[in-house]
Ligand binder design. Structure first.
Ligand code: XIL
Length: 377
């Protein structure tokens, strides 16, 4: 697998060199960062490397420096979710997200907006109102319309990609739009199309993304990818402005690496969609959350390998415009809190030292810079 990818990239290098590099304008610079940072090397082929950030992390000088130096796009980990932006009905608090947007602008970074419609991290007043019947389905629809419109309007012109809808498909085989999803169960599956239309009306220049996990073959059967692929074809046939597919990329070494990620990403791309890896991390079992030493030594090889394979899948698909990790330091990762006994999921360790996954990604980007096709966002 490894060799096959390297050969493909090398073959691409030859084509690009023969075709003349002069025609390929670089659309953005790596800023003032080291020419050897992830973002600088990736910029040579127009690929953006991103990270999730929660703005309080920026209070830590070392974390802030790495965020600015290594990444050319940022995603707020939580701060654009409905629960955070409207904790009290009718009163918005954009402060944390605004802080990250300002940081991004100061560091030549683009922002991925995350997320306008999801079943998790909803405000208590909304879920309570729905369950006690004081918010009817008609009112819920109006509230969602207002939420999407107000949020996309607040950040209008500042968001590169919006994750309009997040995690709507079941993990079953066959997979389908989850009938029990909070939004679908109250408003029907058509709410997905409405959400994309509303987001587009509010911010016509943002790239609108459907975002989910295991939609590039990670489930083994490819059932979830097949379901998303069929759904997005329908959306496109109906003129719904779904413009990109985001594969989250939350992997776990215990399941092995999916064999058809590049093919699945390419299949979306062939529908004239952009694609992105939006939340990459690779978790494994560890000794303790504070130290996060893998309990199986083999995992120290499997973990960077799986990062590499995801990045190579993205590099192999010209429509893949960004590769975002879901936080970069193990000490700040969401994994130990959500997956009991697991960790070591990031590309920097608990002390913010780069891990083998970082070195391997940099190496793959260097190689990609020689041969992968230039991408245009
Ligand atoms: C996670 C955050 O990282 C955590 O801090 C929060 O407690 C829960 O959500 N898929 C997503 C992200 O789309 O929004 C999730 O982020 C991780 C899984």
């Amino acid at each position: 697998m490894k060799l096959r990818h390297l050969t493909a990239i090398a073959a691409g290098a030859a084509t690009v060199l023969v075709a003349s590099t002069a025609a390929i304008a670089l659309p953005f610079s790596g800023g003032n960062t080291s020419p050897d940072s992830l973002r600088s090397v990736a910029s040579k082929i127009g690929l953006r490397i991103g990270t999730a950030v929660t703005p309080f992390e920026l209070d830590n000088a070392a974390y802030r420096q790495i965020t600015g130096d290594q990444f050319s796009t940022v995603t707020p980990g939580n701060e654009m979710k409905w629960q955070v932006v409207e904790p009290t009905r009718g009163t918005y608090d954009w402060s944390a997200a605004d802080r990250l947007v300002t940081f991004a602008q100061q560091h030549g970074q683009l922002v991925r907006g995350h997320t306008l419609m999801w079943h998790n991290q909803l405000p208590g007043w909304l879920t309570t109102g729905v369950s006690d019947g004081t918010i009817t389905n008609a009112q819920l629809r109006d509230l969602l319309h207002k939420h999407i419109t107000d949020e996309a309007t607040h950040f209008k012109g500042k968001i590169w990609q919006w994750d309009v809808a997040n995690e709507f498909f079941t993990d079953s085989n066959p997979s389908m739009i989850n009938p029990n999803d909070f939004w679908v169960s109250h408003l029907g599956a058509g709410i997905l199309a409405d959400a994309f239309r509303w987001a587009h009306a509010a911010d016509p220049h943002a790239l609108l993304v459907y975002n989910d996990y295991n939609i590039a073959g990670e489930d083994g059967s490819n059932a979830k990818s097949n379901a998303v692929y069929a759904w997005v074809q329908q959306m496109l046939a109906q003129g719904v402005p779904v413009q990109a597919i985001g594969d989250q990329g939350h992997l776990d070494t215990q399941y092995g690496f999916p064999t058809q990620m590049a093919q699945d990403l390419q299949r979306y791309a062939d529908l004239d969609l952009k694609v992105a890896v939006t939340e990459a991390d690779v978790r494994t079992f560890v000794d303790a959350p504070t130290t996060q030493v893998p309990t199986d030594h083999l995992a120290t090889f499997a973990q960077p390998y799986e990062y590499e394979q995801m990045l190579k899948a993205c590099l192999a698909v010209t429509a893949c415009i960004s590769f975002t990790v879901w936080g970069f330091g193990d000490a700040n990762s969401w994994i130990p809190g959500f997956f009991t006994g697991e960790g070591y999921a990031c590309i920097y360790d608990v002390n913010l030292n780069p891990k083998p996954a970082y070195a391997d990604m940099l190496q793959d980007l260097r190689l990609g810079a020689l041969g992968a096709t230039h991408r245009l966002a």
